[in-house]
Design a protein. Structure first.
Length: 89
């Protein structure tokens, strides 16, 4: 395997990780901003009030995005294992 092939495999793995994680991170970011704005408006600085809505947002996002995430990860795995003979040289 050439160094260029190894770099391409690592690049594909990092891009797949980025595209799988980005939607959940965006959901967490938006939920955090909304919770912070509500806390500022109500002057309520309870840690449970800030943690529970974020966890619920992540859970709902994970449940809604799970089919898409599984499809993307399976496509990446199939493409990687499909070219395994090319990488073994």
């Amino acid at each position: 395997m050439t160094p260029d092939a190894a770099v391409a495999i690592i690049r594909q793995a990092l891009m797949a990780t980025f595209w799988l994680g980005a939607p959940l991170l965006a959901i967490g970011f938006i939920a955090s901003i909304v919770v912070s704005l509500v806390q500022i408006a109500t002057s309520m600085q309870d840690t449970a009030f800030s943690t529970i809505p974020r966890l619920v947002a992540f859970l709902l996002g994970l449940l809604l995005l799970m089919p898409w995430m599984l499809e993307r990860s399976m496509a990446y795995t199939v493409s990687l294992l499909g070219d395994l003979s090319r990488y073994a040289r």
